[in-house]
Ligand binder design. Sequence first.
Ligand code: 5GP
Ligand code: MN
Length: 347
Amino acid sequence: MLSKIIKEKPIVELHKFLHESNNIVITCHVSPDGDAIGASLGLYHLLNTLGKNVHIVTPDMPPRSLGFLPDIKEIVIYSKYTDFGNQLLRKAQLIFCLDFNAAKRVDKMADALLAAKGHKVMIDHHLDPEDFCDVTISFPEMSSTCELLFRVICRLGLFNEINKACAECIYTGMMTDTGNFSYNSNHADIYIIISELLKKGIDKDRIYTLAMNTSSEDRLRLLGYAMDQKMKVYPEAEGALITLSLEELKRYNYKKGDTESLVNMPLGIPTVRWSIFMREEEGYIKISARSKGDFAVNTICEQYFGGGGHKNASGGEFYGTLDEAVATFEKIAAEIASNKNDNETKQ
Ligand code: 5GP
Ligand code: MN
């Protein structure tokens, strides 16, 4: 039996909204990952089964690695089809906001989302949810939004409506947000849910291969170059940095998603507790940060890179050159090294 963590009130309200609504839009955060797309498509399949007129509108493109997910081609990409996206948002009686906690996380879609008249329901696991939805189901301790979505579906009494396609999408999000169940994944309930999803007919080994262990030759060479030539370890600060410029990315025919997981690699070194990856984009630097144990990288991303996220996985953006971003990293590393030395002296 799954432990009961969601209160009665949001479930009753959500049940009422679902009953009253036919036109439904599902959305998730910009640069969607496996959890955001898995939750969106999982809910899409469930609502389709219930006979709803449902669309997914994402701020931008899903990663190529998720191309195998059933009906991913049905997603309306707002950056490409802005007018259609606006029309769907205007018409929607109910809007699900999945895997994000603040309107600005849908990027250029934020104004249209906030202006939409339909009831809004947030299902999410990021810290400090903003108050812009009619129902907020937020559990930061949850391993993934997909895990939370499964629990919501069960609480709505809709477990029997989960078909194989829905189960595949939910499993994908649970798997990708925990690094194939290698972090944030000690809760026994996770394995009860996986067992139920397997009974729905999913092939978990195939999903792992397709979502997490499939690469182009260019990608493998880019990762090799990044690790060999571009990773710098800062032993005093117990940190590591990897940077890739636009020119380097172009050299390896970079495609969106190719640098996924790169930021995790330095954490394999036992003495490295935090790792930052900086990828140059047109006009800014995208920051990805990861850490181990009680080292919080979200506060670093909030303070220096206008972002945030989870304690061990966060990100942000830096408006300046790559060299300036590196200088900021080195300032942070020097501060951490100096605080560490102070603490060690005191002990
Ligand atoms: P990734 O490094 O995979 O792009 O992002 C990891 C996590 O960091 C995301 O799930 C999200 O919680 C957070 N994150 C990434 N980029 C941003 C950003 O620009 N702003 C905020 N607030 N959070 C971000
Ligand atoms: Mn997530």
